[in-house]
Design a protein around this ligand. Structure first.
Ligand code: HEM
Length: 155
């Protein structure tokens, strides 16, 4: 019977990737624009700050899962020297995404939370603007990883 380890790891890997990339798309294309349309700045910024804080905890878990499942699959395949170039590209772009995520969470989201608590809506809005730009970059890097992961393996 063939080993189910790699398909099982790949399944967890894809669930983690879908949570991160899909969550960014939901925030960017649906949650933030709807909040801008319907809520005044104090409610909007408080709500978005809380929603982002909760989402970022799930992203951290997804990153741990992506790294654990990704490197386990690499180990089962015989190490980094034995895998196809698309896995190297996936890892490289994923590391860039993780650094951007760390900057969003540690710097800009922390700043936003501080300004929301202080009731400084202008500064909180400016921090949210920077988060939005960086999430947009990470969203497209995530899409690029999906394309490289799926199309790249056949090239
Ligand atoms: C944002 C981060 C990531 C995303 C969106 C992502 C996405 C994907 C996708 C869509 C596949 C399925 C490819 C296929 O079977 O056609 C895959 C497979 C895989 N990923 Fe990732 N991945 C990410 C991070 C990582 C990391 C950090 C590693 C660590 C080395 C990794 C290693 C692997 C490996 C070894 C496979 C199996 C490759 C194969 O059998 O062709 N991935 N990934």
């Amino acid at each position: 019977m063939p080993s189910l380890a790699t398909p099982f790891l790949l399944c967890l890997h894809l669930l983690a990737a879908a949570l991160w990339v899909g969550g960014m798309a939901t925030f960017h294309f649906a949650v933030r624009p709807a909040a801008v349309e319907t809520l005044e700045p104090p409610q909007r910024l408080r709500m978005l700050c809380g929603a982002l804080g909760r989402f970022f905890r799930w992203v951290t878990a997804a990153i741990v899962l992506l790294l654990a499942t990704g490197f386990s699959m690499v180990a089962l395949a015989g190490g980094m020297g034995a895998v196809h170039w698309h896995v190297h590209a996936m890892l490289g772009i994923a590391v860039v995404m993780m650094v951007i995520f760390a900057v969003i969470r540690r710097r800009h989201h922390a700043q936003m939370a501080e300004k929301v608590t202080a009731g400084d809506w202008k500064a909180a809005g400016a921090a949210l603007g920077r988060i939005r730009q960086l999430v947009f970059i990470n969203l497209w890097l995530g899409v690029a990883v999906f394309v490289i992961a799926v199309v790249g393996r056949s090239l």
